[in-house]
Design a protein around this ligand. Structure first.
Ligand code: ADP
Ligand code: MG
Length: 646
């Protein structure tokens, strides 16, 4: 184009595009999901702004919030059009090329490790997936605040932007013309597009139309003058929703009808009745999705498969089933509907970026998408959950900026956390049917299947521990979800509840020890006496475990006792033992007391490295052991702190 201004892609973006366009990745279908999701985002943005200023919507067909797909098979062009917010020239530069988004590098790194292209949308660079199937792309766009522009690129390191002075006026929104690679021509097939929209975009909350052909039977008068019935025929073929919209396309539609009509007339030349039935191909806009929001439906009417597909849409992924979901309605002062999912995989880098992760919960107010960046909807440790909230209580006039001021959001958050923890508890209990929740005691039930929870624990166990540290009011509920190995159960994960059920008579405390590995801990001299006496000891081997325990002094009214600390009590001494101990203390008084004065050989050996020396009964075979004071850090904690201070 003459007036085109050339730009270079930012280096990382250029590299990303290069990888994508040359990719041999077989699941190229996902590009359509990404482009439709961008169209839907653009419509969401416009709808939100239009709440305050309805004039932004425009009039007539321009005001229709929808997505339209059509193809030109001959030219191998697939076109996706939305009436969303559109992009200004500046937006085009910022969003489609010059400035690398934060996810670009991370996604590149993933790709180099042989990662899955399918996850591109999660890195915020979904647009570029179009180059899986295209070798040239045009983005024609019109934002209310700017002129109509064309962005174009063949992915060769640069792109061009020009003011669009000649093309069709698109009013507002964005048209993407995808020039398909030679061997990707099947993406211009209606059947293929229908299949893909059904698979990936079923839950888009705006109607998606495809300009598609369809066979219809018509009674037509024989040997009549041609042409006059055209209008009625097209009308009959209309599906109810598309009646108004089809008018704008009448020209094309009737062209096609005419062609087909001529053919069929020839075929039926011989027949002589007054009217006859003819098969005709008519072209029209066909709605591909039933855009009724899933969360508004009665949970009883939604199948598991639908929830799974909805999850895929939310998570921008395919083939990954959620571990569990919860669909509920809150009533009372604050009313809202919500669907929550537990993913089966942690998002890339989720734990590494724990403190900077973006929230993933979507907030709607009465069906209108408000934001997915409001981080007060869920506490940080639950930010791995996917889902949405649709509030009937918040006013439609909310904006991202004023959300904080609405006290009902606090209530929503509280209820959401409760529901989320409930869902986790059920998963942990092994998906037992609802009714067995209350009176499972004593019943002969099939053993609970906890394999899903084990998957959860491997992927997300750490966030539960972080939750104990960060969410004090829910610490006990979260502690119920913690899993670990113990001296009794070194190979199978177990829980505090199970530990308690195995406690010895008279045992008052829950014993644990923390260290690098369960094998090393099992041999620890700290545990000699405990293990010899048959007490079960929890082996904590995750570096976060001791922090967690500092925030969890007790569980179910039982106190925790760190076995490497000074104040270990074994709790089952009888009179004779007590007497014996007293005698021992007396006998070694000289030794231990004089240590305090630091006058004997202890001083030379240990110096000020130790605080005191005591007679104790915790050992069974080792002669002595160094323990930590009841108040100070354990040796394990020191080890961790030292590692972190590097
Ligand atoms: P993401 O959608 O995660 O932001 P993408 O790579 O899919 O990442 O899109 C990049 C950006 O380009 C979007 O954030 C948006 O600003 C802009 N964009 C893409 N498609 C459209 C569209 N159809 N209408 C308006 N803006 C769009
Ligand atoms: Mg996107």
């Amino acid at each position: 184009r003459q007036n085109a201004e050339k730009f270079e892609f930012q280096a990382e973006v250029s590299r990303l595009m290069d990888i994508i366009i040359n990719s041999l990745y077989s699941n190229k279908d996902i590009f359509l999901r990404e482009l439709i999701s961008n169209a839907s985002d653009a419509l969401d943005k416009l709808r939100l702004l239009a709440l305050k200023d309805s004039a932004l919507l425009g009039e007539g067909e321009e005001a229709a919030l929808e997505i339209r797909i059509r193809v030109d098979k001959e030219k191998r062009v697939l076109q996706i059009r939305d009436r969303g917010i559109g992009m200004t020239k500046k937006d085009l530069v910022n969003n489609l090329g010059t400035i690398a988004k934060s996810g670009t590098a991370a996604f590149l790194e993933q790709m180099q490790k042989g990662g899955d292209v399918n996850l591109i949308g999660q890195f915020g660079v979904g647009f570029y997936s179009v180059y899986l199937v295209a070798d040239y792309v045009e983005v024609i766009t019109k934002h209310n605040d700017d002129k109509q522009y064309i962005w174009e690129s063949d992915a060769g390191g640069n792109y061009a932007i020009s003011e669009d002075t000649e093309g069709e006026r698109i009013g507002r929104g964005t048209v993407i013309n995808i020039h398909l690679k030679e061997d990707e021509a099947h993406y211009a097939e209606e059947a293929k597009l229908k299949e893909l929209v059904a698979k990936y975009s079923e839950f888009i909350n705006f109607p998606i139309y495809l300009y598609a052909s369809k066979e219809v039977s018509n009674e037509v008068p024989v040997e009549d003058e041609e042409g006059e019935d055209e209008a009625t025929e097209t009308e009959e073929a209309d599906s109810d929703e598309s009646e108004e919209e089809s008018e704008s396309e009448d020209e094309d539609a009737s062209d096609d009808v005419e062609d087909e009509e001529d053919d069929s007339k020839e075929d039926d030349e011989e027949e002589k009745p007054k009217t006859k039935t003819v098969k005709e191909t008519v072209w029209d806009w066909e709605v591909l999705n039933d855009n009724k929001a899933i969360w508004l439906r009665d949970p009883k009417d939604v199948s598991e498969q639908e929830y799974n597909k909805f999850y895929e849409a939310l998570a921008k992924t395919t083939g990954e089933k959620p571990l569990a979901y919860s669909h509920f309605k809150a009533e009372g002062d604050v009313e809202f509907k919500s669907v929550l999912f537990i993913p089966s995989k942690a998002p890339f880098g989720f734990l590494d970026n724990y403190y900077t992760n973006k929230p993933s919960m979507k907030l709607y107010v009465r069906r209108v998408f408000i934001t997915d960046e409001f981080d007060e909807l869920m506490p940080r440790y639950l930010s791995f959950l996917r889902g949405l909230v649709d509030s009937d209580t918040l006013p439609l006039s909310v904006s991202r900026e004023t959300l904080q001021q609405h006290s009902s959001l606090k209530t929503i958050k509280k209820k959401m956390v409760r529901k989320a923890l409930d869902m986790l508890r059920k998963l942990a209990e092994g998906d037992k049917p609802e009714e067995s929740d209350e009176d499972a005691e004593g019943e002969e039930a099939a053993p609970a299947d906890t394999s899903k929870y084990e998957t959860f624990w491997t992927e997300f166990g750490k966030v539960i521990k972080l939750g104990i540290i960060e969410d004090k009011p829910n610490a006990q509920r979260l502690a119920k979800l913690v899993r670990f190995h113990t001296s009794h159960s070194p190979d199978k994960l177990t829980s505090f509840d199970e530990y308690i059920s195995r406690m010895k008579e008279g045992q008052k405390q829950i014993y644990y020890i923390a260290g690098e590995s369960k094998e090393a801990l099992a041999k620890s001299p700290f545990l000699e006496q405990l293990l010899k006496k048959g007490y079960e000891v929890i082996y904590f081997t995750d570096s976060i475990d001791e922090y967690m325990m500092q925030n969890l002094p007790e569980y179910d009214d039982k106190k925790f006792q760190n076995a490497s600390k000074e104040d270990l009590k074994l709790g089952d001494k009888d009179k004779k033992q007590k007497k014996q101990e007293k005698e021992l203390k007396e006998r070694f008084k000289e030794l231990t007391e004089r240590f305090k004065e630091l006058t004997v050989w202890w001083k030379d050996v240990l110096g000020s490295e130790v605080e005191k020396v005591k007679v104790s009964h915790r050992l069974a075979s080792s002669p002595c052991v160094v323990v930590t004071g009841a108040q100070g850090w354990s040796a394990n904690m020191e080890r961790i702190m030292r590692a972190q201070a590097l």
